[in-house]
Design a protein around this ligand. Structure first.
Ligand code: MG
Length: 203
């Protein structure tokens, strides 16, 4: 499986990092070794001094497909979850400034925290999901998937032009505004539609 991530997919977040609103989805990948499951603690990596949280709504695909038309893309979405796209913001800035790929800042071990997944049929509309992240009991990010610049269907249609979508691929759809740094002992709690799905510590 692979993890497909979308950058700059909420307008206010693109702005807070000084980036333009993209005309096409900005895609990058994380390897399967990046997955952190079951609310296990995240260990602060030695190679960064500016680790950021980015809470994101996830979908897991349930079919294989290539060149998927947007109008059929929802058929490929099997499950929904919540995740944290951990980012070494200092390394990312270095890579961006040098015009280089930013994988080392985004794709390191445990950089993709994922919740339990739930059938997409449990939700009325994945285009209208509330989600939020609390750090140490204080809400730091609050989003709704209606504000996605590129919907889940658009992401799948676009990505599948370049890479085959496989069963069990996970899509990180992008983060709303409010990203920020984390410290050791911080407590992260993530909610999707008022259900707590993420609850773990930085160690
Ligand atoms: Mg992200």
């Amino acid at each position: 499986m692979k993890i497909i991530c979308v950058g700059r997919n909420y307008g206010k977040h693109a702005k807070e990092l000084g980036n333009p609103i993209p005309e096409k989805p900005v895609l990058f990948l994380k390897p399967d070794s990046a997955i952190l499951r079951n609310n296990k603690p995240f260990f602060y990596p030695h190679f960064t001094k500016n680790l950021h949280y980015e809470v994101e709504v996830l979908v897991r695909t349930c079919k294989v497909g290539k060149n998927i038309a947007e109008k059929f893309a929802s058929r490929y979405i099997g499950e929904v979850g919540l995740g944290i796209d951990f980012t070494a913001r200092d390394l990312q800035e270095e890579c961006k400034n040098a015009g280089l790929p930013w994988e080392i800042s985004k794709s390191f071990d445990n950089s993709a925290a994922v919740s339990e997944f739930f059938p997409v049929t449990d939700y009325k509309s994945i285009g209208e999901l509330n989600f939020r992240l609390d750090v140490n009991g204080k809400t730091v990010q609050n989003g709704n998937t209606r504000d996605l610049i590129f919907s889940f269907e658009k992401i799948i249609a676009y990505a599948s032009q370049f890479m085959t979508i496989k069963t069990g691929d996970i899509i990180f759809s992008g983060t709303p505004e409010g990203v920020g740094p984390l410290q050791i002992n911080d407590h992260l709690e993530g909610y999707l539609e008022d259900k707590k799905l993420l609850d773990f510590y930085i160690k």
